[in-house]
Each structure stands twice: as structure tokens, then as C-alpha cells.
Design a protein around this ligand. Structure first.
Ligand SMILES: [Zn+2]
Length: 317
């Protein structure tokens, strides 16, 4: 039987963040064959970012051609809200001034001569985890990233669920405390104000204890907790409970097979996930405790998830 794709077919994946543009040539097994990363230089504005992305795609396309690989297209996951049907960046964070409104799909296709697919970065990461990462054995799952903010992607039937406008999955801005901490989206009580790494370090500062040079980074905090440091355990206990409140909402809404936790802090593995699982049980409706348990696991693709997931859109799997 003829293979579905020719040998040597690849796609270019890009992950656009406020600091770096990460990119790679990805084959149909989801492996990155070549990679590059350049600074976003976001302060130069949207047009400059677009031109820089165009340059990255052309360089990788030239490299693919030199290797005899056929490029099916370029996929890009960008921070912000994306209308993926039209390939337009509908909303962007303050990290990317002048990016909102960018007609990214059409402009990049013109610059590179390639088919272009645009999604938001959290959807791309979820798609990558569905393809060759922690979600590859599941049909329906939710992926969250805990970083400076909190991103999310919902995978239904092995495809990102985008909703009517493409804005679905704003898990970081689902409200878990009606009158809670102010959020940089202008509202209050958003999940990311409780579950982001930024929030975690804010909780450390609010301890106000001078003890705590040893708690000055997330890594140090987890190490201290592992060694039985009281204040560190207290902060991480509260942090795990905050995360569990949000995850319980996701379980109640989607009844997923699992939840994949990504972002820098997911490197802590069981030090983070074990207390989250314990706390989660306390927030679930009884039926969810009697049913097969939702699995809470760490992301497997690390920093590569966005690049691999952006390319995934060009392959069936
Ligand atoms: Zn918010």
C-alpha cells in the first residue's frame, strides 16, 4: 500500500513568544530535524516581527530544499487570541505591541510562498502533546501551561477545540474567585492570578519572612519544600490547592481523560503534581471520583511543544 505522504515531507513550525521566535523543520513523525531561535525584538513592533518571522521561514525552507525535503507549509503558534480560520491575530498581550490585528496567515504566505496555518501558542502546544507527547494515547484532554501567565488548549477528538471565533481555551482567564486578585486583563479573580509562576512567587513574597533567600526562585522553592522547609511547604500547598480548583472546573466541564501540565514549573514533576492530585479529589463532584480517574501528567515536549504542534496541523495523525 502506498504511504500517505512521500518520504521527506516536512512542515515548518514556529512558536512566537514575547522574547523569542522558536522554529524548526518537523518531519511527519513529529521530530524536529533542524531548529533555530531568534529574539522577537517585540519593541520594534508588529511589522518588524512579521518580517523577522518571514526571514526565519525562508531560511528553514532553503535548508529543507537543500536536503531534498518537501515543505508542506508553515504553521505558527502565536501568543494572544487568534482567528485561525482567517489566520488573523485578534488580540495580543502587552508583550507584543502592534501585533493585534496582524493578518498573519496571508502576509506570511505572501512573504514565503508557502501555505500558512495560524493558531494560538497554547493550542499549538496542546496539538503537539496530542501528536507525539503526553496526550498521544488520549482522544479528549486539556493542556495547561503554567508560566508568566497561564495558557490552555482543549483537545476534543484529537483536534484543538477552537469555538466559534477561535478564542476557546482561555483557561488562564476563567475566574476562580469572584472578587479576587486583580488580573492584567482588567478583571479580577482569574485562574492565572493563582496558578501562574508569577502568582507563586507573589505568594512567596507575601510571606514577608526574611528567611527566604532560599525561596527566591521556583526551583529553590521546590528544593526547599523537598527538604521539609515549613514556609516552602505552606506556599506550595496553597499553590497546589489553587491549581486544583481550576483543574476541577476543567474536569467538570470536559470530563477529559487527562490533563497535561506544561510550562517551566512542570519540570518539577511529582513535586508539583502529587499535591495537585491530592487536592483535586477534594474539589470534584462524587461522580467524578467514582468514574475512572482523570490523569494529571506533565507535558513531555518541553520547549519544543509549540514548534512541533504548529507543524502538526500539516499532518494527519
Ligand atoms: Zn484575567
Amino acid at each position: 500500500m502506498k504511504a500517505k505522504y512521500e518520504e521527506g515531507e516536512v512542515a515548518i513550525g514556529l512558536d512566537l513568544g514575547g522574547t523569542n521566535i522558536k522554529a524548526g523543520i518537523v518531519n511527519r513523525e513529529g521530530k524536529i530535524l533542524r531548529r533555530m531561535s531568534v529574539p522577537t525584538e517585540a519593541h520594534q513592533g508588529g511589522e518588524a516581527i512579521l518580517q523577522r518571522i518571514g526571514g526565519v521561514v525562508r531560511m528553514l525552507a532553503d535548508e529543507a530544499a537543500a536536503q531534498g525535503w518537501l515543505v508542506r507549509g508553515a504553521g505558527i503558534g502565536t501568543a494572544g487570541q487568534v482567528d485561525s480560520t482567517r489566520g488573523v491575530v485578534a488580540g495580543a498581550t502587552a508583550n507584543l505591541p502592534g501585533w493585534a490585528g496582524m493578518d498573519l496567515g496571508n502576509r506570511l504566505a505572501t512573504l514565503t510562498g508557502l501555505p500558512v496555518l495560524v493558531d494560538n501558542d497554547a493550542n499549538a502546544m496542546a496539538f503537539g502533546e496530542a501528536w507525539v507527547g503526553a496526550g498521544r494515547q488520549w482522544r479528549d484532554f486539556v493542556c495547561i501551561t503554567l508560566g508568566t501567565g497561564v495558557g490552555g488548549g482543549v483537545v476534543i477528538n484529537r483536534r484543538p477545540y477552537r469555538g466559534r471565533n477561535g478564542y476557546a481555551g482561555e483557561i488562564g482567564h476563567h475566574v476562580i474567585a469572584g472578587d479576587g486578585r486583580p488580573c492584567n486583563c482588567g478583571r479580577s479573580g482569574c485562574f492565572e492570578q493563582y496558578a501562574s509562576v508569577t502568582a507563586l512567587m507573589g505568594m512567596v513574597r507575601s510571606l514577608g519572612s526574611p528567611a527566604d533567600k532560599e525561596l527566591s526562585s521556583p526551583e529553590a522553592l521546590f528544593t526547599a519544600a523537598g527538604a521539609g522547609h515549613g514556609p516552602a511547604l505552606e506556599v506550595l500547598g496553597e499553590y497546589a490547592r489553587n491549581i486544583a480548583v481550576g483543574l476541577a472546573n476543567l474536569v467538570h466541564l470536559f470530563d477529559p481523560e487527562g490533563i497535561v501540565v506544561g510550562g517551566a514549573v512542570s519540570k518539577q514533576g511529582e513535586l508539583l503534581l502529587a499535591p495537585v492530585r491530592l487536592e483535586l479529589a477534594g474539589f470534584l463532584l462524587p461522580v467524578f471520583k467514582q468514574a475512572p480517574k482523570v490523569e494529571i501528567v506533565a507535558a513531555q515536549l518541553g520547549n519544543d511543544g509549540g514548534v512541533i504542534g504548529a507543524a502538526a496541523a500539516f499532518f494527519d495523525f
